[in-house]
Design a protein around this ligand. Structure first.
Ligand code: G3H
Ligand code: ZN
Length: 277
């Protein structure tokens, strides 16, 4: 299918939408195959950190565009946690359908000014924009267990910047390898009532299945997940490498890794897309 609009996927979802990060071609394939297995729309995310690892945006972006064009379900392409304006512009030129501008390391006024400017430029190019508050902390700070987004500040930030979605801090934390985060469901409901755009949960890997479902029903819409899928992918690869210590063909361990991630993507999309339990 042609690239889907991120805004359309998010606004037409009855419940939660999965947004999954990819660094490797096998992970891109796993996300799209998992979405096909669940018969669900999906958002493919490439982060600024992933671009730094690869050394360039172009090749992985081109692979994502080609793979999405071959997919049987709607898929959007999102630039995640971008702090560099030049990278936002490159992503838009590469056909990304949305970007997250992350000015959360900046003081409030500067974050508002830069986010507003980025949102205006992206909107002129038909691209959907997610942002994050700065006054409550940075990528790791804002999504640390003790940090919370104030609903009034969140509403003011959205009004001042014109963004299409907002990442909020409600108890999750990036890169958790155990799913033990406790979310503030009451705060999610308050944010949902105060903020006129979809809410985004970052650091979803640390949140267990039941709590994720409750977060979606309380008002979270876009669910960003990376580490949990890396855990599943790497465990399958590790198991194969351990059981076949003399094998050298990377396909031997990347195939089971890709399969395991595909099944977990499908399971997660079904979970997020379910109605109230
Ligand atoms: O933006 C990406 C997500 O927030 C991923 O966080 O690796 O903790 O799931 P996670
Ligand atoms: Zn994040």
């Amino acid at each position: 299918m042609p690239l889907a609009s991120t805004g359309d996927i998010v606004s037409s979802a009855a419940h939660g939408v999965g947004a999954f990060n990819v660094v490797l071609l096998e992970q891109l394939e796993a996300v799209l195959a998992g979405a096909e297995q669940a018969n669900s729309p999906v958002i493919v995310q490439i982060s600024e950190n992933a671009v730094a690892y690869r050394g360039a945006l172009g090749p992985l972006a081109a692979a994502a565009r080609e793979a999405i064009a071959e997919a049987a379900v709607p898929a959007a392409l999102h630039l995640d946690h971008a702090t560099r304006t030049d990278l936002v512009e490159e992503a838009v030129r590469c056909g990304f359908t949305s970007v997250m501008y992350d000015g959360s390391h900046l003081p409030w006024k500067e974050n508002v000014a830069r986010t507003r400017e980025t949102a205006r430029w992206c909107h002129d190019h038909g691209v959907w924009v997610e942002a994050e508050l700065g006054a409550i902390g940075g990528k790791d700070g804002a999504h640390a267990p003790g940090v919370r987004t104030d609903p009034g500040e969140a509403a003011r930030f959205v009004a001042d910047t014109g963004v299409d979605a907002l990442a909020v801090a409600v108890g999750s934390s990036h890169q958790m390898t155990r799913r033990t985060a406790e979310l503030d469901l009451g705060l999610i409901r308050d944010l949902r009532a105060a903020v006129p755009v979809p809410l985004v949960l970052h650091g979803s890997s640390g949140v267990d299945d039941t709590t994720l479902t409750h977060a979606v029903h309380a008002g979270m819409r876009k669910i960003n997940m990376s580490t949990h899928l890396n855990t599943v992918f790497t465990a399958a690869a590790r198991s194969r490498i351990t059981s076949q210590p003399t094998a050298v063909d990377p396909r031997g361990y990347l195939r089971p890794a890709r399969d395991a991630m595909k099944h977990e993507v499908a399971r997660m999309l079904r979970l997020l897309g379910e109605g109230p339990v």
